[in-house]
Design a protein around this ligand. Sequence first.
Ligand SMILES: Cc1ncc(COP(=O)(O)O)c(C=O)c1O
Length: 417
Amino acid sequence: MTLAIDGGTPVRTAPLPVGKGAELLGAQEREAVLRVLDSGALFRYYGPVPPREVAAFEEEVAALHGPGVRAVAVSSGTAALRTSLAALGIGPGDEVVVPACTFVASVNAVVLSGALPVFAEVDETLGLSADAVRAVLSPRTAAVMPVHLDNGQVDMAALLQVTRPAGVAVLEDTAQSMGATLHGCRLGTIGDMGALSMQLDKNVTTGEGGVVITRDRDLALRAAAFQDQGGHFLTQHGAGRDHAPEPFCGDNLRLTELQGAIGRVQLGRLDGLLDQMRAAKARITSAIGPLPGTTPRRYPDPVGEGGSGIGMFFDDAATAQRFAAALCAEGVPAGSPYGGLPVYATPAVLQQRTASRKGHPFDCAEHPAPAYAMGMCPQTEDLLARCVRIGVSPAYTDADCDDVVDAVGKVADAMLR
Ligand SMILES: Cc1ncc(COP(=O)(O)O)c(C=O)c1O
């Protein structure tokens, strides 16, 4: 059969669904929004009637994440990272280890905290390699930020063996993986803090939004303070009235009641959504079987991963690129994560450009930053260039899954077999 990329008929012409939580937006969210709108209480801390949506959402997120977990809702995943870094007290003079493969927000949050991002290699999990982290730890390392990419898991057991003896905090960037688990633990609850996102593409969406999760009461209180101008109003606002930290200069990163109400509806669907993605992925991968010349992405716990992506590493980058292009032509979106490039390839990061006129934190005379350059993390660059990811949506029907299988089979027959 002639491949669509060579002028043949594509397997699929109708676009496949690509969203996660967004695919399920419907009557319940509409009812929740109208309920809040009718109440006139759009602000989380006071209003014409006592607001309760964000507070209830926080309680529900905490409960979902297990006993002892506390949750602080904020305005985005990036805000959740910034709030977590602030709660940990991280700032100028500190280094934070981030994976060379992530979304630029992980890096931006560190830079905006005033700390210096230090990049470490990822392995076949597409998450931080514990050995690579060990190699970049320095006396200035204040935190390590494992990123659980695309509902997959970082090998946290191996990572904690490196960070615990070093006394370094662990902030799990769980923006892309809310609800997924690692050996029964929800991602984001294994290190000291976790940052979740509810941006449009995520498992749970409120358009924009984020949550900080932690089992540490003081970190939770500092997070609650930071997102509300540093806690000057914390006693009025109720949260942590008894144990409020001394106020410090903070930010306004508050979530609105409208978002909280939507989040509660979406959160109620989270486990079902993950199971739908896992089932669709299983249907696809079992039908495809192993593809010659490829190695699948590694999951430290295949049962707990969220099923939103099928990742494979080809033996060489050129084949990976051709394979992805051919699949796209067949109507199945596929490509290398982040265009096959490490996060430090982002021009602003590579050139260390910040909003500060002085270039802080990169220009700091006391703690000068080494220049960044392509080739800093060669293993990550190699893995990303050879990686192809096919997305899986909870809205996939069996027929959608079968179209993906047919397209992969057609391209593999032409190119790999
Ligand atoms: C790995 C990662 N970290 C952080 C974020 C930031 O989340 P938000 O867009 O909600 O600010 C994202 C968003 O896509 C992400 O993918």
